[in-house]
Design a protein around this ligand. Structure first.
Ligand SMILES: Nc1ncnc2c1ncn2[C@@H]1O[C@H](COP(=O)(O)OP(=O)(O)O)[C@@H](O)[C@H]1O
Ligand SMILES: O=P(O)(O)O[C@H]1O[C@H](CO)[C@@H](O[C@H]2O[C@H](CO)[C@@H](O)[C@H](O)[C@H]2O)[C@H](O)[C@H]1O
Length: 491
């Protein structure tokens, strides 16, 4: 299906005035990943009008792809859907970009009318000089259901998602890399596999850029009443049954679900035996990531020798296992529990990783390690918030790690060994950097895990403090970066 291409909103879409306003506005948006950085100028790579719906529209808008040039020489590609209205009183202040004297220009994801029009474009399969929309055949498109509204999610997100009428979720990718987005790629490749534990794909919007198509938005089925794993486990930590039979069974099932996901990804994308050569490459890669992380987070330097030892052990011993397409950033926030079933979302890989790394074949133990780290995170967060003391939190992690691994290994028919430990190190140091950049108050959670994973050789004495920012140690009371004996971070 195709509809006529919509006329441009105006001939010179990004005026000098709008460009200057965007330079000021972008760094404060979490999804831009530009906190604390300076955008010196923006360049318009695509300006795709949001087609009118054929009624009495009160807004116009466009899907805009910008190259944001930073004053340090880096250039970041961003998807910034923009809307324009005379009356923007319903638009939250933080979404307003510019008052032109006649109109407000704002983040179009704050505008339900514009977002509905985008969904309609996907449903029709609109195409234009810069646009390719595609719609899947799906019962979830069925008309006649109640229009309950458009709700933008307000949680921490790398992208921006909106729930449409409680039955679809529209995810706008904010950093559209060149080429097919890994999430859309997985959804398309596995759409016919009813057993793949992912929500059904409904459609997508892609931009034609000079380097090829870039994915701007994906529409999938919204799973009503779903609880993500992070909130489910935080609730359990705060509840009376903490680590009881029901949550243990759910976590064991989660292990089996992740194994099933790996099996299906391997069938769809292929796999290869983990040879000595591949293992050596893996070791080089993990060591490079560790060194880079230590460059950003000085607190890691103290632990480098011990952590390098863990990575080296992963390539000792006889090679076993295989590599394949994996999830790449698996954690409890990426799994949804609904009707006694787990579903996996967000196959984009690590938000900061280069596009080529996100789709590279890896050992499936990387995803397993991500989930184990996440169990540790939930406990660490509960301790940080004073919801649960350290000792029961440790016992909880230990128990649920065991359940997850039992579920995974039984379904996958394999055990992780040294490779799993190496991936836990990799994830924990990634998290230290992630938290320093995004949530400095949480940095103690992965730092405690780094301390545990490094073992006793670099262990500070009880009462000695490790500063996550400087890496220096000193005597002191509990505070930022403190690592306690009997840390909560697992067994
Ligand atoms: N199909 C879905 N059904 C219900 N909720 C969903 C669905 N997809 C995502 N969500 C919710 O949206 C949140 C963010 O989605 P996600 O794809 O992880 O975005 P991001 O890549 O920006 O982190 C998830 O944590 C989950 O709560
Ligand atoms: O969900 P994203 O793809 O944006 O992933 C990034 O952000 C995550 C946090 O939102 C971050 O995950 C870390 O914090 C989680 C709790 O908020 C925890 O469950 C994870 O285990 C921990 O890694 C993720 O690392 C980052 O890539």
């Amino acid at each position: 299906m195709s509809a006529p291409a919509a006329a441009p909103v105006r001939p010179d879409p990004v005026s000098a005035e709008l460009a200057a306003a965007l330079c000021r506005w972008l760094p404060a948006r979490r999804w831009s990943g530009l906190a604390g950085r300076t955008v010196s100028h923006v360049e318009t790579l695509a300006w795709i009008p949001i087609a009118p719906a054929g009624g009495a529209e009160t807004a116009d808008g466009a899907l805009v792809v910008l190259a944001a040039h930073l004053d340090d020489g880096e250039t970041v590609r961003l998807h910034v859907p923009l809307g324009r209205r005379r009356d923007a009183s319903a638009v939250p202040d933080e979404d307003l970009v510019l008052w032109t004297g006649r109109h407000w220009v704002f983040d179009a994801t704050a505008d339900p009318e514009l977002m509905r029009r985008l969904v309609a474009m996907i449903r029709r399969g609109d195409r234009g000089p810069e646009l390719v929309c595609t719609a899947e055949r799906s019962p979830y498109w069925r008309p006649g259901r109640a229009a309950t509204g458009v709700r933008r999610l307000d949680g921490e997100q790398s992208n921006t998602s909106l729930v449409i009428d409680g039955r679809m979720i529209l995810k706008l990718f904010r950093r559209p890399g060149p080429g097919l987005n890994p999430e859309l790629e997985v959804q398309r490749r596995l759409r016919a596999d009813a057993g793949m534990p992912i929500p059904a794909l409904l459609g997508a919007a892609e931009a034609r850029l000079s380097g090829g198509l870039a994915t701007l938005a994906v529409l999938t089925r919204y799973v009503p009443g779903a609880v993500d794993g992070w909130h489910l486990l935080l609730d359990d930590l705060a509840g009376p049954e903490r680590g009881g039979a029901a949550i243990s069974a759910a976590v064991r099932e989660l292990g089996a679900t992740v194994a099933g996901m790996h099996r299906r990804l391997a069938v769809a994308f292929g796999s290869a035996r983990l040879t000595d050569e591949l293992r050596a490459g893996l070791h080089t890669d993990l060591t490079r990531r560790l060194n880079e992380a230590a460059g950003v987070a000085p607190s890691l330097r103290l632990y480098l020798p011990a952590l390098r030892g863990v990575l080296a052990r992963a390539v000792a011993g006889p090679p076993a296992g295989h590599v394949q397409r994996v999830h790449g950033d698996l954690h409890l926030g990426q799994v949804l529990r609904s009707d006694g079933r787990w579903l996996v979302i967000d196959f984009e890989g690590e938000p900061a990783a280069p596009a080529v790394d996100r789709v590279a074949w890896r050992s499936p133990w990387q995803d397993v390690a991500g989930m184990l780290r996440s169990l540790d995170y939930a406990a660490g967060h509960a301790v940080l918030e004073g919801v649960v003391p350290v000792v029961p939190a440790r016992a909880w992690v230990s128990r649920l790690r065991g359940e997850f691994l039992a579920g995974y290994t039984a379904a996958a028919g394999a055990v992780g060994g040294a490779l799993l430990g190496a991936y836990e190190v990799d994830k924990a140091v990634y998290e230290v950097v992630y938290e320093l950049r995004n949530r400095p108050g949480w940095t103690d959670i992965p730092m405690a895990a780094v301390h545990r994973l490094a073992g006793s050789s670099s262990r500070p004495q009880p009462g000695e403090r490790v500063s996550a920012r400087s890496g220096s140690t000193s005597s002191g009371v509990a505070g930022s970066g403190q690592v306690e004996e009997g840390s909560f971070s697992g067994d």
